[in-house]
Design a protein around this ligand. Sequence first.
Ligand SMILES: NC(=O)c1ccc[n+]([C@@H]2O[C@H](COP(=O)([O-])OP(=O)(O)OC[C@H]3O[C@@H](n4cnc5c(N)ncnc54)[C@H](O)[C@@H]3O)[C@@H](O)[C@H]2O)c1
Length: 299
Amino acid sequence: MSIRFDDRVAIVTGAGGGLGRHYALELAKRGARVVVNDLGGDRSGQGASDAALGVVEEIRAFGGVAIANGGSVADYDQMVEMVARATEAWGGVHILINNAGVLRDKTFARMDPADFAFVVQVHLLGSAYATKACWDTFRAQNYGRVLMTSSSSGLFGNFGQANYAAAKLGIAGLARTLHLEGARHDIRVNTIAPTAGTRMTEGLFPDAAFAAFAPEKVAPAALYLVSKDAPSGQILGAGAGVVQASYITLTPGVALNGDDLSPEGVARHWAAITDRAGEIVPSTGAEQPISIARTLQGG
Ligand SMILES: NC(=O)c1ccc[n+]([C@@H]2O[C@H](COP(=O)([O-])OP(=O)(O)OC[C@H]3O[C@@H](n4cnc5c(N)ncnc54)[C@H](O)[C@@H]3O)[C@@H](O)[C@H]2O)c1
């Protein structure tokens, strides 16, 4: 059965180029009416252009339906305005792909606090603002699909990207909580950690890898995660046509008593504390105390 988005309204942020452009094109090809959001700045988030309009023209050229929005995800009022325009035009919003992003890479030692704040503002607050602007609509219609964009840098760390990594792991936490809060209203929230040759990775990515990691090879995973039968609360890795699943886990750990309940005891039991046998993937934060109780009871 083919996955279609007829009668769905989708917003893709940062869709004037790179990955977002491909998500917007693919959604429109499969029947969605698409809001192509992008303020069109440079890689560091400076300046503005009509990048979104170009993608809208591409979509209209093949008979698709799209409108451009030049709002910044970092400005909550502009996100509210964007959602109001989409709702006015098409009666609702069903899909949101939070994809907009910027880079201001430097080692932490040299990083200006303002560049830390700006990157967190665009990625983390931007994802929260755009989602918040859609949330009441999703709840009222008992349907919403949200895709958050994290990164291997956030999930696993990356030299020179403290600001970006902090924002990107924050986004995964936001997604997990919205997945729990949205379930009652069939709002499904997933996270993708893409790897693609785009403006963002130009100069960071070896030239030879650029073609193999074409952004269109990430779009299938993204589209599946915003489809009607999508899972919820998942983190997928995607790049060069490979689709992966990523998990945040917890080991059973060790119950320390007496002299062992000390920094020295933690050191003595390090191997058992970090032993991954019996590790779980908690489905909510509430599973940590349950897991602790199990360990206290001896397994
Ligand atoms: N390319 C990769 O390998 C890779 C890896 C991990 C994560 N990501 C993430 O994927 C997403 C897309 O990145 P990309 O590689 O396509 O890069 P890109 O630079 O081509 O796309 C990002 C887009 O976001 C737009 N944007 C920036 N700030 C905005 C704002 N405040 N409001 C609206 N739009 C804004 C930019 O104008 C740009 O078009 C980003 O969130 C990025 O962090 C990419």
